[in-house]
Design a binder for this molecule. Structure first.
Ligand code: NAD
Ligand code: DAU
Length: 359
């Protein structure tokens, strides 16, 4: 039997967050007989409602807990006979890392180390089975910032992180790499570009702009709005990660991107146009009147772009969604799920908003 056809017991860390919860749904749809365990600390970014439709399923379990808790992880791996870890849990927002880096070092570096160390001992105790995998989900931000004429990031681009967030993710990538080279632990690293889609917490550009348009609030564009990101619909990221788990080689890194480089100001303008078309009764229309240039993010990376040739040629994965198609689906999801995002605009969120954007 091919490895990819075996039934798996998969531990998904950070499975109540944005990409993690999309991945949990993706995996449960694709492999309904697999055992799926979600481990999530339910920080401000974690939301158990994201997984509501799976609660009660016989082969799905949610465990509230921290990836820094070694005894908890040791027990989980053994009790649930885990063969695959998909590791999403992280502090993920650059602006929060600038306000307070501590949690980023703790979760992203020490938490990843704790998981790797627990998995190493567990895997050794099992006799180093070949079908085990540790997928470390990372970001293109570890490569730093590109100039307009630079080639896109490839798997051999040197690391040059510029924010506490990207530095902490770079540290965790190095640990995942070292565990393969030193201990043969079957780790695989993926470095992905900016995701967007359902369940995206409204501190990030696209959901923040969608919700501010619905509320008639200013749309804060940092600096001159000329920064470039490579946007990938979250469903495409999930299919890439499935491909890497099933076919990727331990010890390898795969870059994942959308082939969709867009300037922030162009993205926000397109989003405004689509919102004007799709959302009824907007308080301000055309909504691009709400665009407001604000103080730049410190250390703001100018451009990210991913060269996804390796995953395409070696594993046969390519993204399917266009930016406009993905934005239409995303907008429709936020229009249909106001009950999901309204409670997130809590006092904690308002305090955070005040700190980043002022009054
Ligand atoms: P997110 O912030 O939406 O979710 C993170 C999840 O991790 C939350 O559910 C949170 O409760 C959980 N978590 C945080 N600290 C924890 C801890 N100590 N123990 C257990 N759980 C904890 O993040 P996201 O945007 O879904 O990103 C997921 C992963 O993908 C991250 O590792 C991130 O670096 C990476 N990534 C994100 C993007 C993107 O565009 N969002 C792109 C590339 C890579
Ligand atoms: O590239 C992958 C990374 O993408 C992930 O590793 C991170 O977890 C994820 O948060 C994301 O990081 P960015 O900093 O690129 O995403 P964010 O949505 O915060 O910002 C996207 C761009 O928009 C960036 O150039 C900053 C700008 N921006 C963002 C916000 C929140 C604004 O101009 N205004 C804003 O209010």
């Amino acid at each position: 039997m091919l490895f990819s056809e075996e039934k798996k017991s998969i531990l998904i860390t950070g499975g109540a967050g944005f990409i993690g919860s999309n991945f949990v749904h993706h995996w449960c749809n694709r492999y309904p007989d697999d055992l799926v365990i979600v481990l999530d600390a339910l920080t401000y970014a974690g939301n158990r409602h994201n997984l509501a439709s799976l609660e009660g399923k016989e082969n799905f379990r949610f465990v509230e807990g921290n990836i820094c808790d070694r005894p908890l992880i040791d027990n989980l791996l053994k009790q649930e006979n885990i063969d695959t870890i998909a590791h999403f849990a992280a502090e993920s927002h650059v602006d929060r890392s600038i306000l307070g880096p501590d949690a980023f070092i703790q979760t992203n570096v020490f938490g990843t180390f704790t998981l790797l160390e627990s998995f190493r001992h567990y895997w050794n105790a099992q006799g180093n089975p070949e079908n085990h995998r540790f997928l470390h989900v990372s970001t293109d931000e570890v490569y730093g910032s590109l100039k307009p004429e630079d080639p896109a990031f490839s798997e051999t681009t040197p690391y040059a992180p510029n924010s506490p967030y990207s530095a902490s993710k770079a540290g965790s990538d190095h640990l995942a790499r070292a565990y393969y080279h030193t201990y043969n632990v079957p780790t695989i690293i993926t470095n992905c570009s900016n995701n967007y889609g359902p369940y995206h917490f409204p501190e990030k550009l696209i959901p923040l702009m969608c919700i501010n348009i619905l509320l008639g609030k200013p749309l804060p564009v940092y600096g001159d709005g000329q920064n470039i990101r490579d946007w990938l619909y979250v469903g495409d990221h999930c299919s890439a990660l499935e491909t890497v788990i099933q076919q990727g080689k331990p010890g390898e890194t795969y870059n994942i991107g959308g082939n969709n480089e867009v300037k922030n100001i162009d993205l926000v303008t397109l989003l405004c146009d689509l919102m004007d078309e799709l959302a009824p009764n907007l308080p301000v229309k055309p909504s691009k009147e709400l665009i407001t240039f604000v103080k730049d993010r410190p250390g703001h990376d100018r451009r990210y772009a991913i060269d996804a040739t390796k995953i395409k040629t070696e594993l046969g994965w390519t993204p399917e969604e266009t930016v406009e198609g993905g934005l239409r689906r995303t907008i429709q999801w936020y229009l249909n799920n106001q009950d999901w995002w309204q409670p997130l605009l809590s006092q904690e969120y308002q305090d955070y908003y005040q700190k980043v954007y002022g009054s």
